[in-house]
Every structure is written in C-alpha cells, then in structure tokens.
Write a protein that binds this ligand. Structure first.
Ligand code: NAP
Length: 273
C-alpha cells in the first residue's frame, strides 16, 4: 500500500523506542490487511504533548510504552476498566476524535498462556513485580488462577501480592514442585546477561508450563533449563505478538494476522543476530 494523502498514521510513544519491533510488526499487518495506514516510532519525553499531537494530527491510534503508560491516562477521554485497574494504558484508540485507553498486555499474556491450557483453578507462580507483572498477575486473577508472587525486592512483591489478592513468597523459598504455571516477568536473562536465571529451578518438574516474557534472546536460560526438564514452554514473543494483535483489532475492528506478525518479529530478531 503506497503512502498518500489519505494514509492514517499510527505509532508508538516511548523513550527509548529506537529498537522497537512494533513498527515492523504493525506495518506488516496493515500491509497484508490492505489498509492505507502506516506505523512509526516516536521517541517522546512529554506524554501530554504526544496525546495532544494525536488529536491534532488525527492519528488513528498509538501504542504506549515505558515510561509513559501511566502518564498518558490523565490526558485521554476515557480509560477502560482493565487499564484503570492496572493503572497502565499501552494502547490508545482514536474513535472519531475521542481518545480511549486500553491495556492489551493483559489480553496478550492470557492468550499466550491459554493457548497451552486453562488458567482457571491453576497454581501460578510469577517472578517480578514491575509493570508487566502487574498486567499478567491481574489477568491470572481475573481468569481464576491462584497466584504466588516472588520478587527480588520483597516490599514491591508484597505490595503487588496484596493488591492482586495473591500470596508473596521470598524468591529463595519458592518451591516449584506443585506449581502448574511459572512466569518470569522480570528482565533477568535478557541480553547482555543471557546466562542468568531469575530463580533456582532445582524444584521444577515436567508438570509445569513455563513462560518467559523476555524475548531477546528467544531461548532464555530459564526456557533452556525448563525444556531440559521436559516442561512445556512459551517464549516471550507470544505475549508480545498477541498484545500487538489485540491492538490491531482495537484499531481496525478486523481479526489480526497474528501468524504474520509473529514471523515478522522472529525475522527481525534473527536479523539482529
Ligand atoms: P519493570 O517495571 O522495570 O520491572 C522489572 C522487574 O524485573 C522487577 O520485578 C525487578 O525487580 C525485576 N528485575 C530487574 N532486574 C533484576 C535483577 N537483576 N534480578 C532480579 N530481578 C530483577 O519492567 P517491566 O516493564 O515489568 O518489564 C520486565 C521485562 O519484561 C523486560 O525485560 C521487558 O522487556 C519484558 N516485557 C516483555 C513483554 C512481552 O510482551 N513479551 C511485555 C512487557 C515487558 P525489583 O522490583 O526488585 O527491581
């Protein structure tokens, strides 16, 4: 689709965004859907100004990433219940001049897990208490899973556990032997520290589904260790692709070409080496 005077503009607001894979993924999706739209990366420091620019440029929508996910909320016309509960918007939709905020990280993470089975009634252990952990933990509780949170800094982990109706467990004491689903929602294992594990896996058994949300590298040390024990695994591209697929659906009302989006992300990661 050639860019012309009717092309609708989308983009990601964040800082930094120079390495974002979202433009490649969303432009591939727009292209295959035959939409006259383009998606760019905007490195911005001023969340209020970015939202004002969306209005004045009549942008169709935007992704929002670190550090603006909370700050944009005050400048939108509406925020949906899930994003409000989490306190973070990662998706803005422009509905005929009304800017609405959503959080597609929850949907993305839940779709990634539910592809492997139900969450209802399952015991989920999650490492991490940052922004991604808050979205995943919220989704797990909404889906009827029980949740144990472990985190490097105990005070943050305890606070998130209390907020989500979960149990906090100090990281060294986390026993994985009766855990159905283990999620790494920390940045541990990400390049350049690719040898690092977020926790000891000595008590991990083949019954546990292991998801790592780090996708660079694709095969994190945690996933390699889990596979060696025979665990089913979900890599970090699943949540990333599915949260973007949900954004595409919110913006366009069309089913997202998720497989193409996944191939695009995998191709971009491979090209980076
Ligand atoms: P964040 O809000 O900064 O939280 C970071 C979390 O990682 C905290 O729990 C922090 O523990 C923990 N952590 C960081 N360094 C650590 C270390 N050396 N040892 C132990 N724990 C450590 O970040 P976020 O937005 O939640 O993102 C977390 C990771 O998920 C990032 O790698 C991000 O790229 C990835 N992510 C992936 C997706 C996806 O779609 N796949 C989506 C969002 C984020 P403390 O509380 O103790 O500091």
């Amino acid at each position: 689709m050639a860019i012309d005077a009717k092309t609708t503009l989308y983009g990601v607001f964040g800082n930094p965004v120079a390495h974002s894979l979202s433009p490649a993924m969303h432009n591939a999706a727009f292209g295959t859907a035959g939409l006259n739209a383009v998606y760019l990366a905007f490195g911005v420091t001023d969340a209020k100004g970015a939202v004002a620019a969306m209005r004045s440029l009549s942008m169709g929508g935007a992704s929002v990433t670190i550090p603006h996910k909370s700050a944009v909320m005050d400048h939108l016309d509406g925020v949906d219940d899930t994003a409000r509960a989490i306190g973070a918007v990662n998706t803005i939709v422009n509905r005929e001049g009304t800017l609405l905020g959503y959080n597609s990280d929850v949907d993305g993470a839940m779709r990634a897990l539910e592809e492997k089975g139900t969450i209802m009634g399952k015991k989920v252990a999650m490492i991490g208490a940052g922004g991604a952990a808050r979205a995943i933990g919220y989704g797990v509780r909404q889906k009827g899973g029980t949740l144990v949170i472990a985190n490097r800094s105990a005070s943050k982990g305890e606070a998130l556990a209390q907020e989500l109706g979960a149990v906090f467990c100090p990281l060294p004491e986390l026993d994985l032997s009766d855990v159905d689903i283990l999620v790494n929602a920390t940045s541990v294992g990400m390049v350049p520290n690719t040898g690092e594990l977020p926790l000891s896996v000595s008590s991990l058994t083949a019954r546990t589904l292991v998801m790592d949300i780090v996708y660079n590298p694709l095969a994190t040390a945690l996933l390699v260790a889990a596979r060696a024990k025979g665990c089913p695994t979900v890599d970090g591209t699943a949540m990333f692709v599915y949260q973007a697929a949900r954004q595409f659906e919110l913006w366009t009302g069309l089913a997202a070409p998720a497989e193409l989006m996944r191939r695009t992300v995998l191709g971009a990661l491979k090209a980076r080496g």
